[in-house]
Design a protein around this ligand. Structure first.
Ligand code: NAD
Ligand code: TYD
Length: 356
């Protein structure tokens, strides 16, 4: 079968990557979409079982830190485009094991940049290297009237955000130095189906369903700006196809929530969907020792993406959160498969003896 383009998506078995792969495989049958994933604890091919037999989809099991393997993959497929999502993505894990973040997020990204540079040398026309990043590289906000814009100075404050900031700098340096056609986006916190249950929203859903304590860090006053994952995938599609070379786009839902307010909302929604008496789940809230270096507030100004590329979120937070809770309740075996193994060890090392 011959295809118009060959696109490499890294980290496609993870949370956001699986939604991006599904969008590309179903909306662009003329592209061959190659999903490269190491299948770490966060990667799960179950996330793609509805599309994995389509003729324009290929899965490659490999590690972006393995330079020779990455060079071989580029030689095999002669990619026209790269959408790079593979990363170690959890702040709490970056506090216990920062080097894993340096390896995958920094060295892995540089391996991909080198392979793209060497493969596209002398023929950069119509090629694109899209680096998917986070708003956490900008640091934290205090003044409620302030938002992250594309020109906000970098001020990463966790090993995770420092590794992502470093990779962002390498991507832009390859554009400036070698003329590599790059785009970068920095997105706020995502939520939705297939989110690994060590992150706030799926962890709370899982614990509410199982009647377990709901661990709120510190006083629950930290603020995050939540975006439905499918809207992130739609933004990536728009930026990959219509973004300007060398440019950065901030992606966010203009949807800020204090952690404690969000946990209350989830408790009410779950009580309603499970047929519990209202207020039952809130009794499970437990305040635990705060995360080290916990960023206070993230908030994105996505005006550039909205005005230049016409993107807008497709769902309100109310709709998105309700769909998300329904997805977990209707796919409970997905969460049970994950939480039956190593997750137990992770959970007890993270949360035992941490009640404040
Ligand atoms: P995730 O942890 O759910 O998935 C990461 C995927 O990358 C997994 O499938 C994992 O197996 C794969 N992977 C990890 N190391 C690898 C390696 N060395 N080689 C190949 N594959 C490897 O992460 P996510 O939440 O889907 O985030 C995806 C990207 O989006 C990341 O780059 C992250 O920084 C960024 N991002 C995430 C959020 C968010 O809220 N989750 C927000 C903004 C940006
Ligand atoms: P998380 O989902 O880990 O995303 P990030 O740290 O990248 O923003 O956490 C979201 C917020 O929720 C963050 O302020 C930390 C907080 N949090 C808790 O209060 N309890 C928890 O058990 C977790 C995982 C997070």
């Amino acid at each position: 079968m011959s295809f118009e383009k060959s696109i490499l998506i890294t980290g496609g078995a993870g949370f956001i990557g699986s939604h991006v792969v599904r969008l590309f495989v179903t909306q662009y049958p003329q592209y061959q979409t190659v999903n490269l994933d190491k299948l770490t604890y966060a990667g799960n091919l179950e996330n793609l079982k509805d599309i994995d037999s389509l003729p324009n989809y290929v899965f490659e099991h490999g590690d972006i830190v393995d330079e020779a393997y990455i060079d071989g993959l580029f030689a095999k497929y002669q990619f026209d485009g790269v959408i790079h999502l593979a990363a170690e993505s959890h702040v709490d894990r970056s506090i216990t094991d920062p080097m894993a973040f340096v390896k995958t997020n920094v060295i892995g990204t540089c391996n991909l940049l080198n392979a793209a540079k060497n493969t596209w040398k002398g023929n950069m026309e119509s090629k694109r290297f899209y680096h998917v990043s986070t708003d956490e590289v900008y640091g934290e906000l205090h003044d409620p009237s302030e938002f992250f814009v594309e020109t906000t100075s970098y001020d990463p404050r966790s090993p995770y955000s420092a590794s992502k900031a470093s990779s962002d700098h390498f991507v832009r340096a390859y554009h400036n130095t070698y003329g590599l056609p790059v785009v970068v986006s920095n997105c706020s916190n995502n939520y939705g189906p297939n989110h690994f249950p060590e992150k706030l929203i799926p962890l709370m859903i899982n614990n509410i369903k199982n009647g377990k304590p709901l661990p709120v860090y510190g006083k629950g006053e930290n603020v995050r700006d939540w975006l439905y994952v499918i809207d992130h995938a739609r933004a990536i599609d728009a930026i990959f196809h219509n973004g300007k070379n060398g440019d950065t786009y901030n992606i966010g839902g203009n949807n800020e929530w204090k952690n404690l307010d969000l946990v209350h909302l989830l408790c009410d929604l779950m009580d309603q969907k499970l047929g519990n008496p209202q207020g039952k789940s809130k009794e499970l809230i437990t305040y635990v020792t705060d995360r080290a270096g916990h960023d206070l507030r993230y908030a994105i100004d996505a005006t550039k993406l909205m005005t230049e590329l016409g993107w807008n979120p497709s769902v309100t937070f109310e709709e998105g959160l309700s769909k998300t809770v329904d997805w977990y309740l209707n796919n409970w075996d997905w969460i049970e498969n994950i939480t039956s193994g190593d997750y137990q060890k992770y959970y007890s090392s993270m949360y035992e003896n941490k009640t404040s």
